[in-house]
Design a protein around this ligand. Structure first.
Ligand code: PAF
Length: 281
């Protein structure tokens, strides 16, 4: 595996592979790898000849009061994990490489980003859309892999690719969970033991909603009440708990035939998100 620092180096490496007809897969990340990231790397590895993983803690997607400084960073550990997962290129640029002096372009996706994390974290998706568009421009991948835990992010990135005619397939990969159901996240390291135990209520809330749909009701009110009760029992007040269209994130009052149930909540020092697709069939 090669560790590259500049866009020019990545372009040259990808051009060399393309000259040999290689298919190129990209996994954009902010590092602090866990099994969720590894599942994205494996999915990319299975389908492509050249796998590029970007490792960049993107400052523009953090709000002023958020955890940019505290975000876990360990490049050596991440490089070992990526190499074991069969990654060919780890692109780990500096902030100055990605945002040189005078950088003044922002990509804003309207509509999709007005709700959920877009509403809770103003400017967050502008930062995500801009850095992902830059990574697409640098790498020029055939496909890019994102975790479905960030369901809104997958939709936003897909919209950017479509609206800007970027020839990349945006693949959402299944959420990877700890044995007790907690969705894997680099931010789980912020949880102390008591909060780590409470945090499992997010998954229980989603499972309670799935049970309601399977057994009794497809109504948003009934589903959200069941999910809210699980959170309340753990002393968790959600930042949002929404039932929305999985395609465009408009609010729905019924699962017909599918709906995205998404939750965000602060648990101790961590802000956690999770979601499930509810289905009537
Ligand atoms: O999901 C993430 O880790 C980040 O939002 C991403 C897609 C790498 C952009 O910085």
């Amino acid at each position: 595996m090669r560790v590259l620092r500049t866009a020019a180096e990545v372009r040259a490496a990808v051009a060399g592979a393309r000259a040999r007809n290689a298919r190129v897969g990209l996994v954009p990340t902010m590092g602090a790898f866990h099994d969720g990231h590894i599942s994205l790397m494996r999915a990319a590895r299975d389908a492509h000849d050249l796998v590029v993983v970007s490792l960049f803690v993107n400052p523009t997607q953090f709000g002023p009061a958020e955890d940019l400084a505290a975000y876990p960073r360990d490049e050596q550990r991440d490089a070992r994990i990526a190499e074991q997962a069969g990654v060919d290129i780890l692109f780990a640029p500096s902030v100055a490489e990605m945002y040189p002096h005078g950088f003044s372009t922002t990509i804003h996706v309207s509509g999709l980003t007005d709700v959920m994390d877009g509403a809770a974290r103003p400017g967050h998706f502008d930062g995500v859309a801009t850095v992902v568009a830059k990574l697409f421009a640098i790498v020029g991948p055939d496909a890019a892999y994102f975790g479905q835990k960030d369901a809104q992010q997958v939709l936003v990135v897909r919209r950017v690719a479509r609206d800007l005619n970027l020839p990349v397939r945006v693949v959402g990969c299944p959420i990877v969970r700890e044995p007790d159901g907690l969705a894997m996240s680099s931010r789980n390291v912020y949880l102390d033991a008591a909060d780590r135990a409470r945090a499992t209520a997010l998954h229980r809330a989603l499972v309670a909603a799935e049970d309601v749909v399977a057994r009794s009701s497809t109504s948003a009110d009934v589903i959200l009440d069941a999910a809210r009760a699980e959170l309340r029992a753990a002393g968790i007040q959600p930042e949002y708990l929404d039932l929305r269209s999985p395609d465009d994130l408009t609010e729905v009052d019924e699962v017909a035939p599918t709906a995205l149930l998404a939750v965000a909540a602060r648990v101790g020092a961590a802000r956690l998100i999770d979601n499930t697709i509810l289905e009537t069939r």
